[in-house]
Design a protein around this ligand. Structure first.
Ligand SMILES: Cc1cc2nc3c(=O)[nH]c(=O)nc-3n(C[C@H](O)[C@H](O)[C@H](O)COP(=O)(O)OP(=O)(O)OC[C@H]3O[C@@H](n4cnc5c(N)ncnc54)[C@H](O)[C@@H]3O)c2cc1C
Length: 430
């Protein structure tokens, strides 16, 4: 193996975006993914304009994204009484140079996988290879231990190892053996998709209800000739008692009977949740979980990214976007510092603190914090929202979140490309 070869544990959105980025800047890498076959798993996720910009710079443009999702036009919060609390345009309609996309996570993931195989070759992703740990070598390189799907074990060596294996990361567990358990704040989410006619702008993200009892829904496909699109929905309920969240696992299949009765009142003249739920083929249950921020994402030649580094509540719709940004920042820093431990140290210095802070903001409800404010101020009952939270305060609250998440419009539009076109890591290109 070349002395500059990079190992990536995990072929999710973080790992595959990193592979595409390293390939773009001329750094060889291999992705080790535990599952034997990648399938289109998951339901809807949002990809914010800052990450769409990076995908575009990777040669993944609107044409391809429109195959797996739809540009989001509006983000809205609505009270349990059906009245608007806040709404704002999104993506290009809000003056960004890039759309925000609402995509089917599984289809988007498989699209990235296809691009990796096309550009890096079929051997670049080793399926059925679970990374179980690492050893730092005296010469500064790293050896990763793995178990194959056939039960055999082995080792691979590289200059650097990236742990991109999600919230249950083994690389993270070794790097931080005393890390606290997964954190659950009391909320269970039931998710699914159903064919229906999109409402409001035709591509609106709507959060409806209270901070402890709400539904979020938005289309994740363009409508067909009959006007029907895939509508992603997430019904969320926060429990006071000791509900056993560990049974929910990650994407456990569930039944409408488990929860639909709690949402039978979500019926309005503009939206009928019980009807939407009835049209859903499959329903999944998962707990809203994250982990406490880490003091560092780096251990010598080993670094974390994506959910392995900063699993977040989905309240800010930015878990996947942040995974993409992590990968791009690593690429940018490598252009200056090469395939080196110095690159990882600089990445840690720039990202670990601020992104940990963002994860805590999401734990505090992220942009849904407006719902908490409505409840604190009027118990969720209002006639005129302007008397509860004046428009300027609502806008200020949202802007603060967007700044923290790195997608404040003017800053993003004015920023140069993260990775200049055609840039390569010099020591390798020479
Ligand atoms: C099956 C699945 C479905 C999801 N569905 C949704 C959804 O509907 N909505 C939503 O908001 N978010 C969903 N997510 C989470 C979302 O994709 C992530 O928050 C975000 O994209 C960041 O991705 P990531 O690549 O860091 O982590 P992940 O998406 O978790 O990807 C990690 C990858 O690493 C692999 N892996 C795990 N352990 C090892 C190991 N030891 N060695 C090698 N490989 C390993 C996993 O199989 C996976 O492919 C889902 C994640 C998964 C894995």
């Amino acid at each position: 193996m070349q002395h500059d070869h990079v190992l990536i544990a995990g072929g999710g959105i973080a790992g595959l975006t990193l592979a595409l980025t390293l390939h773009q800047i001329g750094v060889p890498c291999t992705v080790y993914e535990s599952v034997r076959e990648l399938k289109p798993l998951g339901v809807g996720i949002n990809i914010q304009p800052n990450a769409i910009r990076e995908l575009e710079d990777l040669g993944i443009g609107e044409g391809e994204l429109d195959e797996v999702g739809i540009p989001a036009r509006e983000w809205a919060l609505v009270g349990l009484n059906g009245k608007d609390i806040y709404s704002e345009p999104r993506g290009k309609l809000a003056g960004y140079n890039w759309h925000q996309y609402a995509v089917h996570r599984g289809k988007f993931h498989l699209m990235l996988y296809a691009r990796v195989l096309e550009r890096l070759g079929r051997d670049a992703v080793q399926l059925g290879h679970k990374i179980t740990g690492y050893r730092k070598e005296a010469d500064g390189s790293v050896t990763a231990q793995l178990v194959r799907a056939d039960g055999t074990s082995g080792e691979v060596s590289g200059a650097l190892l990236f742990g991109a294996e999600g919230i249950h990361s083994e690389v993270r567990a070794q790097m931080h053996p005393d890390q606290p358990d997964i954190h659950w704040g009391g909320t269970i989410m039931w998710r699914g998709t159903a064919r229906s006619v999109p409402i409001r702008s035709g591509s609106s993200f709507v959060g409806l209800g209270t901070s402890r009892h709400r539904v979020v829904f938005y289309p994740i496909s363009h409508p067909d000739k009959n006007g029907l699109a895939d509508i992603n929905w997430i019904a969320e309920k926060t429990f006071d008692d000791t509900h056993d969240w560990t049974k929910s696992g990650w994407f456990r299949e569930a039944h409408l009977a488990d929860f639909a009765h709690d949402f039978s009142d979500f019926v309005y003249d503009w939206f009928n949740l019980p009807e939407l739920l009835q049209k859903s083929e499959k329903v999944y249950e998962n707990p809203m979980i994250d982990r406490d921020p880490l003091p560092t994402w780096v251990d010598g030649p080993v670094a974390l990214l994506g959910d392995a580094a900063h699993p977040m509540y989905p309240t800010g719709s930015n878990g996947a976007s942040q995974a993409i940004i992590d990968a791009r920042v690593i690429g940018r820093i490598m252009l200056d510092h090469g395939v080196s431990q110095a690159s990882l140290a600089a990445y840690d210095q720039e990202m670990c603190g601020p992104v940990g802070g963002l994860a805590l903001r999401n734990r505090g409800a992220g942009p849904f914090g407006l719902l908490n404010m409505v409840e604190e101020r009027c118990g969720g009952v209002f006639e005129n929202i302007d008397e509860v939270i004046p428009p300027a305060e609502r806008s200020e609250f949202m802007l603060a979140y967007q700044k923290a998440a790195g997608f404040a419009r003017d800053t993003l539009n004015a920023a140069p490309r993260t990775i200049p076109e055609g840039a390569k890591v010099v020591e390798l290109a020479a």
